[in-house]
Design a binder for this molecule. Structure first.
Ligand code: IFM
Length: 446
């Protein structure tokens, strides 16, 4: 990253993780079962039959992991709080022992000079709530509000800002429409109530957080959508996809309304789930920040079969990650400018809450360094173009449990040997550490 592309003073450098992907200890200190514990037991659901049962054993090794973060010189650490640790059955009594873990972690981070940034929902719904219908049920949104209140009551004195949901789009599509993530339901468009109820849950949680004087963010997986050609059919298909992937999860938050989903044959009540007052609650008084998880752009063409109003087309002529995802750093710049054009003054400050790539199992991860450098350049270009960017949290600190891919996709700055739990920093770890130090020094002289 060149100094020409320096990021603003006060910019926060961080890393991101999520509870089920790193913690392990799924039966300790009264933790309840989550939808991911159940999903991983389904034959064929996860590559090699793997699960997050042990993962990175972060629950026991968090002290070593905080030291790794201290070594990076981070400003911030984004992690998630497992709902089933705090309310094992999703409702009812709070499990103090579950909160004790986060209490220790938060104090450890603060002692290392790192500001913790918690996410309340990173896909690990208590299984007991799934058995009542999960996010297809409106009631789950209310239970989520209660969980937010319990977590904030215990930790809010030390945590100034909170993220409510992680990637509600991915959770709805993979978990409820396609069934390739927990809870494994394949409902196609009948999954849409799971979008609305997550957003309603955001609104209810946000109200609890704001009542305690805390800042509220959400982390959305957003993608710049490119039409495969200028043909009107391709352009219309790209607009339809953009409405589903992006606008469904930003318009209600920033404009107080849902986008037009007419191309899907869906009305503004999202399959009957929207009630009077919901959109006002979801938009609330506005977000304190929009978390953007950016990985790649999406290219869309006219549909080839009648099921959906779009077809995904390959992004060609670019490198690909180990996962096969196209590497297009300029897409981050494009995305942020599109957000500004779309939402104008309603767009809150941006924090990149995830960005990173999987590479093969090697410590010399020059591919990751190039990936991160390219995206940080793009982010700095967006800042130079006037976008208010406040921070960058790379995904991820550690190699971890990559959902349906098991342990086969490694996103970490730090290699984890899952047999021994030995952590070994990769080349990208030293690179990120040096970049943070250089950026901080440069900012101090500006
Ligand atoms: O590992 C995931 C994370 O849980 C959510 N965002 C994308 C990452 C990489 O797939």
């Amino acid at each position: 990253m060149t100094d020409r592309h320096a990021l603003p003073a006060g910019f926060r450098w961080g890393v991101s993780t999520a509870a089920y992907q790193i913690e392990g200890a799924v039966e300790e200190d009264g933790r309840g079962r989550s939808v991911w514990d159940a999903f991983c037991e389904r034959p064929g659901a996860v590559k090699n039959g793997e699960s997050g049962r042990l993962a990175c054993d972060h629950f026991h090794r968090w002290g070593e992991d905080v030291e790794l973060m201290r070594g990076l010189g981070l400003d911030g650490y984004r992690f998630s709080i497992a709902w089933p640790r705090v309310r094992p059955a999703g409702r009812g009594p709070v499990n103090g022992a579950g909160l004790d873990f986060y209490d220790r972690l938060v104090d450890g981070l603060l002692a290392a000079g790192i500001t913790p940034l918690p996410t309340l929902f990173h896909w690990d719904l208590p299984q007991a709530l799934e058995e009542e219908g999960g996010w297809l049920q409106r009631d789950t949104a209310h239970r989520f509000g209660e969980f937010a209140a319990a977590a904030a009551d215990r930790l809010g004195d030390r945590l100034p800002a909170w993220i409510t949901l992680n990637e509600p789009f991915v959770h709805m599509v993979y978990g409820y429409a396609l069934g390739i993530h927990a809870p494994g339901r394949a409902l196609m468009l009948d999954a849409l109530p799971a979008a609305h109820h997550q957003l309603l849950g955001h609104g209810l949680a946000a109200a609890e957080l704001r009542a305690r004087g805390l800042d509220v963010l959400i982390a959305n997986n957003l993608t710049p959508v490119r039409a495969a050609s200028e043909a009107p059919e391709d352009v219309a298909a790209a607009e339809a996809y953009d409405a589903l992937h992006n606008r469904l999860f930003t318009d209600p938050l920033l404009l107080g309304r849902y986008p037009d989903l007419g191309a899907y044959g869906v009305g503004p009540d999202l399959c009957g789930s929207v009630r009077e007052g919901d959109l006002e609650l979801i938009a609330g008084p506005g977000l304190d920040g929009l978390g953007v998880n950016y990985y790649n752009p999406t290219r869309i063409a006219a549909p080839t079969d009648p099921g959906l109003p779009f077809a995904e087309a390959p992004v060609e002529g670019v490198p690909r990650t180990h996962f096969g995802w196209p590497v297009v750093p300029a897409g981050l710049h494009e995305l942020l400018l599109t957000l500004r054009d779309r939402y104008g003054h309603a767009l809150p400050p941006i924090t990149v809450t995830e960005n990173g790539c999987s590479t093969d199992d090697t410590l010399d991860d020059a591919f990751r360094i190039d990936y991160l450098a390219g995206h940080l350049d793009a982010l700095a270009r967006a800042a130079a173009d006037g976008i208010d960017v406040r921070g960058y949290y790379t995904w991820s600190l550690l190699d971890n449990f990559e959902w349906a891919e098991g342990y086969s996709q490694r996103f970490g700055l730090v290699h984890v040997d899952f047999e021994t739990q030995r952590r070994t920093p990769k080349a990208s770890y030293a690179w990120y550490r040096d970049l943070i130090a250089a950026q901080r020094a440069a900012a101090a002289t500006r």
